[in-house]
Structure formats: structure tokens, C-alpha cells
Design a protein around this ligand. Sequence first.
Ligand SMILES: [Zn+2]
Length: 182
Amino acid sequence: MAASDSVNLSGLMDDAKCFAMVREHRWPEGVRCPACDSGAVIRDGCDDTQPHRQRYRCKACAGRFDDLTGTVLAGHHQPLRVWVLCLYFMGLNLSNRQIASELGLDGSDVQIMTEQLRRGLVAKVPAVELTGEVEIDEVYVVAGHKGQPAAVAKRGGSDGAASWQVRRAAARWKRTSRPSSV
Ligand SMILES: [Zn+2]
């Protein structure tokens, strides 16, 4: 299949589905407070700049958090879909340079992202569970993604918080399409 030079892969991703995927894997049995683990959580609007990023308030400890709080995905300027695509490309064994090209990012930014995601990968890998929330298995790799001048990742943030959620997502992407135990 011939690849088009003009496809903006990131633009095809659905932010709502990306956040839904995070929620589903982070809280398969309902949202829980990351601070006190209470399930007595109520929705508290959405992020000011990311309308699909749900905010919550814990009725037990009065803590506030959102879909990405405490994950490696928080505290970065990259949209969630860029992280999801990065995971996907890592599963395809693309190099950092290739990933950077596909995502229109600096190689150094991608290196930081993949390092963080890989740090999550070394921990326990849960059983494969395919949900179909993110349907990009038909996507093929294209070149020539337009640059994103504003997308310079902010350094720092939750660097040490490579999370279970990333591990799980990464494991899923790594397995590509189906469990090996069929
Ligand atoms: Zn709480």
C-alpha cells in the first residue's frame, strides 16, 4: 500500500477515545481517587484546554484529580493522542528518529517520551485485554508529518511516575492484534 505524504496521523486520532481508553484501563471498575483510593468520586468538569480530560473531586479526602493525574502522561504539553501514537510506533519497533518524523517532533523530545514509556514497560505486564477503543490497527506508517512548532515538550513534571496505565497501554500496543495464547 502506498503511503501518502500528506496524511497527518495525529489528526486522525480521536481525543475523546484516547481519554476514554485511559479511563478504561486506569479504572476498569470505576474512577478511584489516586490519593486515598476511595471510590466516592464525583465529576468536576473538564480541563480548560483539553475538553475530553475529565476532572474529579474525591468526596472522601476532598482531593482533586483528573484522568492523567499521577501518570507519565500528565505534566506534558504533548496531546494524549501523540503519546498513544508514540506507544503504537514503539510497538512497531520504529526508531526514535522515525517516531519523531512521524509525529513532527524533535528527536530529543521523542527520546524523553520513549524512555519514560519504556521505564513503564519493564514492570509487570498484565494479561492482554483488547477493547477496540482506539481503532488505528489499519493505519500504516506515513512520512512527512507537518511540524508542530508549538509542540515543544515541557521538561520535568511527573518524570518518575511511569505508571501502570502506560505499562498496560504499551503492552496492548506491543501485542499488536491478538493474544498469543489462542
Ligand atoms: Zn481521596
